[in-house]
Design a binder for this molecule. Sequence first.
Ligand code: HEC
Length: 436
Amino acid sequence: MRLWVAAFLVFGGWLGASRVQAGSPTYHREVERILQKHCQDCHRPAQIAPFPLLTYSHARKRAADLARVARTHAMPPWPPSAEEGGPFRGARVVSEEEIATLEAWAKANAPKGDPHDAPAARTWDSEWTLGTPDVILKMPEPYSISSEGDDEFRAFVIPSDLSEGKWISAIDFRPGNPRVVHHVIVAFDTKKLARILDKADPKPGYKVFGGFGIVPAGTLGGWSPGKRAMLAPEGTGYYLPPDSDILLQVHYHKSGKAETDSSSLGLYFAKTPIDKELRNKTVTPPVEGILEIPSLLIPAGKKNQEITGSLQIDEDVHMVGVTPHMHWLGKNFLLQATRPDGTIVPLIRIDRWDFNWQGSYEFETPVALPKGTRVEMVAHFDNSVFNPYNPRKPPLDVRWGERTYDEMCIAFLTITYDDEHRENSVPGRFRTAKAK
Ligand code: HEC
């Protein structure tokens, strides 16, 4: 019986490949284009994804999986909801039409179609997308990654060695070893605190868990495979104070072989005058105690603990980007703004939080948040045995902290002040220098 089914499937597959049903999509006519556009950045040899999707035979044997992951939005990895919040620059979103095409193709038994319909094969140049960066900072020593085991989160400290402050309009990242570099978040440290953690850890860099182990002076954005470098909105930039240390937080995924990585970060200085500095604000649950630790308790066994936080906006600002952060118990995350006139603006919604794909998201158009706006965060956490990612078995009460089994609930906001202009400020310290 089994053999018969197998024979039928093989034969059916062959039939499907040779005689295309009228109207059904084919690999060469429709599907290949979708995979090129949305999947091949990662699904090609020596990249982070576990298998390639470059040829008909790669795609055919997984036709049903391709349709399923596209339908459930599990792939391409892009946690923000397409329904609410955003829209974000460089969003990795497969359209409803493309999903329907993948489904129809799988249902029609993955027909190959006519190779004459095929698009030209994609090529990847290894050049920096925005041209050679003004400064290229390389990890000081290569880091060795073992063949097997849990993913690693590691921070590396790279002295910028810039004796004067610089306006940064873009960063770009070059993974030294794309087989293991899953994603990266970039920040800077002006107090040289990260160096202390680096020294205390015998290996290059130091062990972290989705954060930096210290509170960085600011963030510069993130990178995941296929992300193209983008310039900050016109007239805005990040200010990198003199002598800052750049912090790279790298998520490594094991490849099954021992590997080493030596990645580089490119900095692009602003080429046109900067009018507004990109700044950071955070939304957390209410803080308590003299140490001002955000208060958070997720009781053991709770399947859907709600945690909230809010931030009152006390001046007219524009929100340029957002980076949500939770650990393994996070389930979903919503950030929205209530403007003084009562209108509610959804900023970002993540229906299925995935710790493995944390991102920094930049709005296509910065969002106006007038003075008096309240930015509200609502997140849910699962601290039950039913959460397969729960690091503690059996679960224990969980509080705020940096360790794997602690939790966090933060939205890092990147904003600009509407009234900030070059003329009324000192470069690099526009607001801090101004008596307020
Ligand atoms: C940014 C990199 C990236 C992109 C883009 C990407 N993938 Fe993946 N994919 C991965 C990684 C990494 C894994 C391994 C599992 C994980 O880490 O989530 C994976 C796993 C998979 C799996 C196996 C997991 C499962 O649930 O069956 C399928 C199927 C898949 N990808 C299909 C796709 C398709 C189809 C696209 C495009 C529409 C795509 N991927 C785009 C990185 C990517």
